[in-house]
Write a protein that binds this ligand. Structure first.
Ligand code: SF4
Ligand code: SF4
Length: 417
């Protein structure tokens, strides 16, 4: 494309709105699917915070209603469905819009060499060829310049993902690879990336809501990291929030699935992967890899899948840290088990050396060694605080006035009043 043609194209899709025009009532969302399995659609459809229904029905205070054009979820089909796409492309939609892209963007030139296409939606007349499918890559190319924001949903769209793995024949790439470093939306935003295979549903809808809030003039532009990921969602590694993380520290590693221990030796990459699925759950706070006993294979990361394959093999880098954890962890674990046992007994049970539990025979007291270590522990715990042990001289001094009061007869109290 010549520079003049490119300039004309940019002019043609100049947005028909600015943020100065006041609150928005309605924003169109064009969901385009490239080399995709539709998993991102399924996970977004199951989102709860917020839900797709809340976004479509303007149920979030202050946010505009979303008019969704989705190839699977929309009730219209054929020409009726495509009409808004053509209007947006021609700059005649009359409302702002965002583009959501699911799946990677194939290199349609490769398919074109054989007279075919990789993924397409709608059709238009081509000179000498009649009606021809319009590749979704073409739609992305045509709609992106006028979009308020382009949001890549899922790892295929954000980084290329599985369709772009070594050996692929489609030339698949990410949205940002396709649009290039220079691309900015009509509001000056580079592509926003929500990775995951599939992404956490709430991550998708929450990011859309955050961007809408900005468009509606209710909030600042949310913070994105250097790769365009929502910083508040992808700032932590899986490992830091993992439900099994304490096991790593204590040197407890699973040898087979089903053990409630750290899964790193079974191939978990969590310590070096940015993802929030364990704290948020896959959908509706349910599921999420380690929460359900699975390892992390790095599906949110730009290197996925090649950099993490073969899956289910221990990451080589974990050898040093697991060896260290085993060395220190066994000692730390012993001390913790001891303290845990002590905290699991009431003072009365310790004194009586018995636990009146009908559930099982429970050892009530502590052996002499445990009592001695416990004494040191209590001393260290209270040191340099005003806190006094139960029954200590200082505690008795504090309690004496109230004990004396209680011991008085009602008559004495009456006389005092
Ligand atoms: S299972 Fe994975 S993420 Fe969880 S503690 Fe082990 S290495 Fe870290
Ligand atoms: S924990 Fe790992 S495998 Fe699971 S969703 Fe996150 S990045 Fe993907």
């Amino acid at each position: 494309m010549t520079e003049t043609a490119e300039t004309t194209r940019q002019e043609a899709y100049r947005p028909t709105f600015t943020l100065d025009e006041g609150p928005l009532d309605e924003v169109h969302a064009f969901w385009l699917a490239g080399m995709s399995c539709d998993g991102c659609t399924i996970s977004a459809a199951g989102a709860q915070n917020p839900s797709v229904e809340q976004l479509l029905n303007a149920r979030l205070p202050g946010l505009p209603r979303i008019v969704l054009h989705h190839p699977v979820l929309s009730v219209t089909a054929g020409k009726d469905f495509m009409q808004a796409h053509h209007a947006a492309k021609a700059g005649k939609l009359g409302a702002p819009y965002v583009v959501l892209f699911e799946g990677s963007v194939p290199d349609e030139r490769i398919a074109g060499e054989f007279g075919g296409y990789w993924s397409a939606m709608g059709a238009d007349e081509r000179e000498g060829a009649g009606k021809q499918p319009i590749p979704t890559a073409q739609w992305l190319h045509d709609l992106a310049p006028g979009a308020a924001a382009v949001i890549a949903v899922g790892t295929c769209a954000t980084w290329g993902g599985i369709p772009a793995a070594i050996g692929n024949v489609t030339g698949a790439m990410s949205v940002m690879d396709f649009l290039g470093e220079e691309y900015l939306s009509a509001l000056g935003l580079p592509p926003i990336n929500i990775p995951g295979c599939a992404p956490v549903g709430d991550n998708t809808t929450e990011t859309i809501a955050a961007v809408l809030m900005f468009l509606a003039g209710f909030g600042p532009l949310p913070e994105f990291d250097e790769l365009g990921r929502p910083a508040w969602l992808f700032g932590e590694t899986v490992h830091r929030r993992c439900v099994l993380a304490g096991n790593y520290e204590e040197g407890k590693f699973a040898e087979s699935y089903g053990e409630r221990k750290c899964l790193v030796e079974l191939g978990c990459w969590g310590p070096v992967v940015q993802c929030n699925i364990v704290s948020r759950g896959a959908n509706g706070h349910m599921g999420g890899c380690m929460n359900t006993g699975g390892i992390c294979i790095g599906c949110t990361m730009p290197g996925f899948p090649d950099a993490f394959a073969p899956f289910y093999k221990r990451p080589p880098g974990s050898l040093m840290s697991t060896t260290l954890s085993r060395t220190t962890g066994s000692f730390v674990d012993y001390l913790r088990q001891f303290t845990l046992k002590s905290r699991n007994r009431t003072r009365r049970w310790k004194r009586d050396n018995a636990v009146p539990s009908g559930w099982a025979k429970v050892d009530g007291g502590l052996n002499p060694a445990e009592r001695m270590v416990g004494g040191v522990y209590e001393f260290l715990k209270r040191r340099r605080t005003g806190f006094s042990a139960a029954g200590s001289h200082r505690q008795r001094a504090y309690q004496n006035p109230s004990h004396a009061y209680i011991r008085k007869s009602p008559h004495d109290h009456e006389v005092e009043r």
